[in-house]
Design a protein around this ligand. Structure first.
Ligand code: C2E
Ligand code: MG
Ligand code: MG
Length: 849
């Protein structure tokens, strides 16, 4: 390295007198003096080139001589304050400086330059370096990086800060704070942060802050009021640093102004909650608020109501005047209704011509009815638009929390039922939902309450249904199906209570019972030498989400010493469609055990072929819904044929379930289905009966032609031209009278002895239940009591029931005159206007409910 500064001085001072050959100054004596010097020392020639340095010099710096670049940097520094003229006149020089050693450590030093004068000629300089005592200065590396870092921080839009909690002072805050707080960084003090937080957010912020010790880091957003008085949203990241005592000594963090994105977010949220046409809150908001109201009213013991409003015959407005007029009418109506609801509640547009009011607490239901009446009046007044006068009406259904539903689903459902009733009663009217539970809710409520007890009191038991070899007609396997003999409701179908169990953890208890019962039964049959291949049982999707399923199955297999090959697990296609890795693993584990796996209800879940390839499945069981219409419906036949082909192609066993008649069986056999399950060979039967079926050589198909008892009634039966809507309720359970709300059922025929109705309710003949039917026709209202004597599942979840009346002579007389009147009217075909008849397909009508 050249010593530029010296060179310049040399030129300025015309130092031509200096000795030309600097090498001469390094004599052995000089070298020895330097090497043995007590301090770090080195010798420079008159040009400033280093001629020699000692080991102490290198040691102090921590460099090796080979690290030339670093050594040169230090050497150059030794001349920082060097005065050439003083040296020329032979004066030694002392000064202080700081050099950086190899570790980046600042080393304060004292430098001494002693001129080397030979024959009055200055040949060079002997330089010694002594470390100074006070070494408390910070590392220069730190200083440099800090300076740069602060500079960078100050350029950021995010304010960066750090505070000393113990000293309660701000250590650093970057310039961006001025933009956020409206206060210059230099004026921000320890309390500024807290002083600016919005009053409503302060408690929450302090609560968050208190978690800092525990979590070490928090991120929260809150509002501030800036020094200009404007409101801003900020995002605050804080990190706590502890001292040696574990106390939080320092908090560092950043503060970001997120007002803009918050505003955008609010705007989007508003868009999601506002109906564009009317600017009313929409159905999303209604759902949200309904839940909030339920949560708060759960504790305050007050009621509120849901008023469901639908314009009567609004389609006509759209059809006749076009959708833009329709929209305008809706807009104006919305304004009117808003005004008429006033402080009574909150008004929403749900969709099309459907509105909802969440009405605030009223002491009596009358209060809610008054709101409905008010609204209907407002709608009723004529509406002039485009030189037309619109005369519109609407219907309102009211359901009151908590009487008509403690949760949103039930409240909505009952509100809808009330609205439907209002429409049936001639429109432009409102209906309050019956304040007691209807049959369905009541039954659900009781089953839900009793299920846990049922497990303990052994009310659960199993029936078995044979799986029959299509060719030999021999029962080769069976499916175990769970049942519940409920003290009030009789035998309850698993479709009703498995769902309840699945909502809680009870399903696991039930599944344990299923697995254990099947293992015990298999063991017993094996011991007796009963011939069969496998017994299958159903598990819930929830069982597959617990990792210990195969372990549980294995435990029971071991306990009852049953080979895994004797078991088969049926799971519905839907479980597989969850595509959960856990489900697949569980299936694989079971398969590894040796248990066979069946996909139940195959075909309804629309699973793709890849599912069947990726999951370890042995058997595919075609759903009953496809089998049902296989004879009449070509499309279903085609689907079944394809499902069979697919199963066979994938080398799986294919079973058809729900086979009820000979024609279905023959078709399936021809299509190549190898195993048949269904009422044709046997309904589910007790274990004892199943044993007999296994022992039989072949099962005889029994055509299940349906001949209900009541159809052979001794009285003349009036077949109604269309189903009649009738309100049914239960008046006695196990001879104890009860008061329940009513459920709509469709009466298909009626006589003096009984009636036949259709419903979605699952009811049984075994239970001691007395029903009452409110028949309203031709200005006459009669209540008829009776018991269900037969039932038939017409199709999935749609049932037909036969009722035998238990009525007094008087009531029979009244019914007789009503039926006579009906007969007369039926001839003239004028009755339809007088009763609530269902003109559409009754099954679709029930399904819509
Ligand atoms: P699944 O596994 O598809 O069972 C077949 C259902 O169809 C049974 O109803 C059976 O009685 C009925 N069935 C059989 N053959 C015919 C027929 O020819 N015609 C008609 N109409 N129906 C027929 P069930 O016993 O009411 O069971 C209903 C569902 O409940 C079962 O459907 C299954 O998913 C579930 N289930 C039954 N037992 C259990 C159980 O132990 N655990 C779990 N998790 N679910 C079960
Ligand atoms: Mg099954
Ligand atoms: Mg099935």
């Amino acid at each position: 390295m050249k010593w530029d500064r010296i060179a310049k001085i040399k030129r300025r001072n015309n130092v031509g007198k200096l000795k030309q050959n600097p090498g001469e100054i390094i004599s052995p004596i000089v070298r020895s003096i330097i090497e043995n010097h007590a301090e770090a020392a080195c010798l420079f020639d008159y040009k400033g080139d280093m001629q020699h340095l000692n080991a102490k010099f290198l040691k102090m710096l921590g460099f090796a001589q080979s690290e030339k670049e670093f050594v040169d940097a230090v050497l150059a520094q030794l001349f920082r304050y060097f005065e050439f003229d003083r040296a020329m006149s032979g004066h030694p020089q002392f000064y202080e400086d700081v050099i950086i050693d190899k570790d980046g450590q600042c080393v304060p030093i004292t430098i001494t330059h002693i001129p080397v004068v030979v024959s009055r000629e200055v040949l060079g300089s002997l330089c010694t370096i002594e470390p100074r005592k006070d070494r408390s200065q910070p590392k220069l590396g730190q200083i440099v990086s800090e300076i740069r870092f602060q500079d960078i921080l100050n350029r950021l839009d995010v304010a960066v800060w750090s505070v000393d909690l113990i000293e309660k002072k701000v250590l650093f805050v970057s310039d961006a704070i001025q933009e956020i707080y409206g206060i210059p960084a230099a004026e921000v003090h320890f309390d500024t942060w807290r002083q600016l937080i919005h009053r409503d957010d302060l408690r929450q912020v302090e609560e968050n802050q208190s978690q800092l010790l525990e979590k070490g880091k928090i991120i929260h957003t809150y509002r501030i009021i800036t020094s200009y008085g404007t409101l801003k949203w900020v995002k605050d990241h804080s990190i706590a640093l502890k001292n040696a005592d574990g106390q939080i000594a320092l908090i560092v963090g950043s503060l970001e102004d997120i007002t803009q994105s918050k505003q955008l977010q609010n705007k989007l949220q508003n868009m999601a909650f506002i109906d564009h046409l009317t600017q009313l809150p929409n159905s999303n908001y209604a759902r949200k608020l309904l839940q909030e109201w339920i949560d708060t009213h759960e504790h305050n013991g007050k009621t509120f109501a849901m008023l469901r409003l639908n314009m009567d015959g609004f389609n006509r407005v759209n059809d006749v005047f076009g959708p833009s007029v329709g929209d305008e009418v809706i807009k104006r109506m919305a304004k009117r209704i808003t005004a008429s609801v006033a402080d009574g509640g909150i008004f929403f547009r749900m969709a099309g011509d459907e509105f909802l009011i969440l009405a605030h607490h009223q002491k009596e239901t009358d209060g809610y009815e008054a709101i409905a009446a008010n609204v209907l009046n407002a709608i009723h007044a004529s509406l002039p638009l485009n030189s037309y006068d619109f005369h519109l009406t609407a219907s309102v259904g009211i359901s009151v929390y908590p009487f008509d539903g403690k949760n949103g689903t039930l409240l909505v459902k009952n509100g809808r039922a009330a609205l439907k009733r209002a429409k049936q009663l001639g429109k432009s009217t409102y209906q309050v939902y019956s304040q007691s539970m209807d049959i369905e809710s009541f039954k659900f409520f009781q089953l839900e309450n009793d299920l846990r007890k049922a497990i303990k009191t052994h009310e659960l038991y199993f029936d078995f249904q044979p799986k029959v070899d299509a060719k030999s007609q021999k029962a080769i396997a069976a499916e175990a199906l769970i049942r519940w003999n409920h003290p009030t409701w009789g035998v309850v179908s698993p479709t009703e209570f498995i769902e309840i169990a699945e909502e809680g953890a009870l399903i696991h208890k039930i599944s344990d019972i299923v697995i254990e019962t099947v293992c015990r039964q298999v063991k017993m049959w094996m011991k007796k030498g009963v011939p069969f291949e496998r017994i299958s049982f159903n598990l819930s999707g929830k069982d597959f989400l617990r990792r210990d399923l195969s372990g549980r199955v294995k435990r029971y297999l071991d306990r009852y010493e049953v080979p895994a090959e004797r078991l088969e697990i049926e799971i519905t296609e839907g479980v597989m469609l969850q595509q959960d890795e856990i489900v697949r693993e569980q299936m694989q584990d079971l398969k590894n055990l040796g248990v066979a796996i069946t996909i139940d209800d195959y075909g309804v879940g629309y699973s793709s072929v890849s599912h069947f390839r990726n999951y370890p499945i042995d058997v595919m069981k075609i759903d009953r819904s496809f089998i049902q219409a296989i004879v009449e419906n070509e499309e279903d036949r085609f689907i079944v044929q394809s499902l069979i082909e697919l199963g066979k192609g994938l080398k799986k066993t294919v079973i058809a379930e729900g086979v009820e008649n000979r024609e279905q069986y023959d078709l399936l056999k021809n299509m190549g289905c190898t195993i048949i399950q269904g009422f044709l060979f046997s309904p589910p039967v007790s274990a004892e009966d199943m044993e007999a079926l296994f022992l039989a050589d072949r099962l005889q198909p029994k055509q299940t032609t349906f001949k209900p008892k009541v159809e052979r009634r001794k009285y003349f039966r009036y077949q109604l031209p269309m189903p009649l809507c009738v309100n049914m309720t239960i008046i006695a359970l196990n001879k104890k009278s009860v008061s329940l709300g009513s459920t709509e059922v469709l009466v298909e025929n009626i006589s003096l002895g009984g009636l036949r109705f259709m419903s979605q309710l699952r009811l049984t003949t075994q239970a001691d239940i007395l029903y009452s039917f409110k028949v309203q026709m031709m200005d006459t209202l009669i209540k008829l009591a009776g018991k269900i004597v037969w039932s038939y599942e017409k199709q999935k979840d749609i049932f037909q029931y036969g009722v035998e009346f238990i009525i007094q002579e008087q009531e029979r007389d009244a019914l007789s005159s009503l039926l006579n009147k009906l007969r007369g009217r039926l001839k003239s075909n004028s009755v339809l206007k007088d009763g609530p008849f269902v003109t559409e397909n009754p099954i679709l009508y029930l399904q819509k409910q």
